[in-house]
Design a protein around this ligand. Structure first.
Ligand code: PEP
Length: 255
């Protein structure tokens, strides 16, 4: 089975001191939370909090990730952060989140360049894919998702360390999570089949996360699906206790 992973996307929340307090709460709570030893916890704070969060979790098993990254090494890209700048600050990087795609015009081509640049820099990409409500209602969710996976990973030959998160746009921040069956249909279907086509047996080791209104109450139902290996958590990752409840539920479902 692929590694179990619960990642928290803090989005544009937390000052540096908020971030340190949250990271410390998760670090301390994780030490005694049931089964959480078996789950890779990844905290993804804003860029400006990465160094402080890294320091706060040092010596623990808790990992750090960035929420985005440019694909160029350096240059005239005002406001951007390069892969090399993240080296040593984090192990993971979320790429292609739907908010990046929708609000900042990020397309599949850019996501693909970012995945390659992250891997070249030794960062583990968390590739996010997800369909809109309009696409779901039109019956094209599977086609959209396989297209995003294929385009995002075009020319990528090494899938070690790669994570794919299925985050239906209509479920993000709405309190309306997908049903576990809907998630499993896409994750075990469009996503896994596309990964199999791209990476053959290597696909069997890729962790697939569900994201979209995940909390401690529903995480276990998602993780009970064979093709779900954890969660990408937004709102519920901003409270240490709630985030750890998700991890406990994932661990229990896979026990
Ligand atoms: C997200 O933005 O990655 C996310 C899953 O958000 P939420 O859990 O708040 O729906």
């Amino acid at each position: 089975m692929p590694a179990l992973v619960v990642a928290g996307n803090w989005k544009m929340n937390t000052t540096i001191s908020d971030a340190v307090a949250l990271a410390a709460g998760i670090r301390d709570g994780a030490a005694s939370a049931q089964g959480v030893d078996d789950v890779e916890l990844v905290l993804c704070p804003p860029f400006v909090c990465l160094a402080a969060v890294r320091q706060a979790v040092e010596g623990s098993a808790v990992k750090v990730g960035a929420q985005n990254m440019h694909f160029q090494d350096s240059g005239a890209f005002t406001g951007e952060v390069s892969p090399g700048m993240l080296q040593g600050l984090c192990d993971y990087v979320i790429l292609g989140h739907s908010e990046r795609r929708q609000l900042f015009g990020e397309n599949d081509e850019a996501v693909n360049s970012k995945i390659k640049a992250a891997q070249a820099a030794g960062l583990k990409p968390i590739l996010c894919v997800g369909e809109s409500l309009a696409h779901r209602e039109a019956g094209s969710a599977s086609d959209i998702i396989s297209g995003q996976v294929r385009a995002g990973l075009e020319g990528v030959s090494d899938c070690s360390g790669l994570i794919v998160a299925y985050e239906p746009i209509w479920a993000i921040g709405t309190g309306q999570a997908a049903t576990p069956e809907t998630a499993a249909e896409i994750m075990g279907g469009a996503i896994f089949e596309t990964l199999r086509n791209l990476f053959s047996a290597g696909a069997d080791d890729i962790s697939l996360l569900y994201g979209g209104s995940v909390n401690g109450g529903n995480a276990g139902e998602f993780a009970a699906q064979d093709c779900v290996h954890g969660a990408l958590v937004g709102g519920a990752s901003l409270q240490a206790e709630q985030f750890l409840q998700v991890a406990v539920a994932v661990a229990a479902a896979k026990d």
